[in-house]
Design a protein around this ligand. Structure first.
Ligand code: TXA
Ligand code: MG
Length: 349
């Protein structure tokens, strides 16, 4: 398949180009587009045949449900059984933005979207290209992250091109995404509001409005036996080509352990990649060293993480030694992604 690549400036929307992308969605095709979190791979969310193409292009397991993206809260009404007050409040406070809300679905939502569950995940992205595309397409757009299943989510059009060129009809290049990690998935379909995937909106943000919020215990525990409530969380994800070891604990202990391990693997003739922070980068004397940003700026760490994982693929390192961060604010989301990238190989210090 020929993939057309177009460039759109989020702050100066080209109506003709958006119209062209919307035509593809309306006709049942696939369009990759930017959101504020990561790039999404979009199809008409009410067209079962179109949605099935997403699974094929990504190589995504069929039992992993998709998020429907909307441009207005009005669009939500026909997709769900009801909007409970807590969901209404979350939409008012956090939409458009990186919060996905799970509610009981209406019969209008195709089976393939919800993967057999009786719920549906919905979000309103905070990106003018995405919002205008949804509006012009005149339908909710189903969109998982626009990567090959298992790889890090794409934070630039180049990442999408790397994974999906020739497999989708169009890629809309809208520059680098701002947040760099996916949305928070919040289940509001039961009496206990629960975070199923940590993301761009933090537990701290949500607790202000939902005092009884909880977090799926599988998110921060490495115990493989705890089955996550969100199907997507059980798969290997964000995986770089190289093996990755994640070091967590006090920063000075982390640095010490990474230095020792770098020496060891280098002696074995391995090419070592180090994922560090601005505060620690000067301590390392060998290995390929990339900083995620300052430990005081989790936003920058979140924004850079997936790109660094892909960069180490290109640099063809044999092993990645990565510094962990504390769990406050975006820290939970960052560590959740890093733990998956490391396939659970965490060294606690
Ligand atoms: O930021 C994001 O959320 C990005 C952008 C493109 O919007 N999208 C994204 O989609 O990350 P995806 O498919 O890569 O991840 C969606 C997650 C998966 O873990 C999936 O299992 C979960 O949401 N999910 C979707 N519907 C669900 C449902 N009804 N119940 C539980 N989990 C659900
Ligand atoms: Mg994904």
């Amino acid at each position: 398949m020929d993939t057309k690549i177009i460039k759109i400036d989020e702050n100066k929307l080209d109506r003709n180009l958006i119209e062209e992308a919307a035509q593809i969605i309306k006709k049942g095709g696939l369009v990759a587009f930017p959101t504020e979190t990561v790039y999404g791979l979009g199809a008409n969310g009410l067209d079962e045949k179109a949605v099935k193409k997403i699974f094929i292009a990504k190589g995504r397991p069929q039992d992993n449900p998709l998020i429907l993206h909307v441009h207005s809260t009005d669009q939500v009404k026909e997709l769900v059984e009801e909007i409970p007050p807590v969901a209404k409040l979350c939409m008012e406070k956090f939409w458009p933005g990186p919060l996905t809300i799970i509610l009981k679905k209406s019969p209008k939502v195709p089976e393939v979207i919800s993967a057999g569950l009786d719920t549906v995940a919905i979000r309103m992205p905070e990106n003018n290209i995405a919002l205008d595309l949804i509006k012009t397409s005149n339908t909710p757009i189903a969109a998982p992250s626009a990567n090959t299943s298992g790889k890090p989510s794409p934070t630039s059009a180049d990442h999408v091109i790397e994974d999906l060129m020739g497999k989708v009809d169009m890629i809309v290049d809208g520059g680098n995404t701002g947040i760099g990690l996916e949305s928070t998935v919040l289940d509001l379909s039961t009496d206990i509001p629960m975070i199923l995937r940590p993301g761009g909106i933090t537990l701290e943000d949500l607790s202000k409005f939902i005092p009884n919020i909880s977090i799926d215990s599988s998110i921060i525990k490495e115990d493989e036996k705890i089955v996550p409530k969100s199907p997507g969380q059980k798969y290997r994800h964000y995986a770089p080509k190289a093996e990755m070891l994640l070091f967590s604990g006090q920063v000075d202990s982390i640095v010490e352990a990474i230095i020792v391990n770098t020496e060891k693997y280098t002696r074995e003739g391995k090419r070592v990649g180090i994922i560090c922070t601005d505060e620690t980068k000067n301590f390392y004397k060998e290995g390929l060293i990339i900083s995620m940003g300052s430990r005081n700026n989790k936003e920058s760490i979140a924004k850079n993480l997936f790109n660094i994982l892909r960069t180490f693929d290109h640099l063809e390192v044999d092993i990645i030694l990565a510094e962990g961060v504390d769990l406050s604010n975006l820290g939970i989301a960052i560590m959740n992604r890093m733990m998956k990238a490391a396939s659970g190989k965490i060294i606690k210090l």
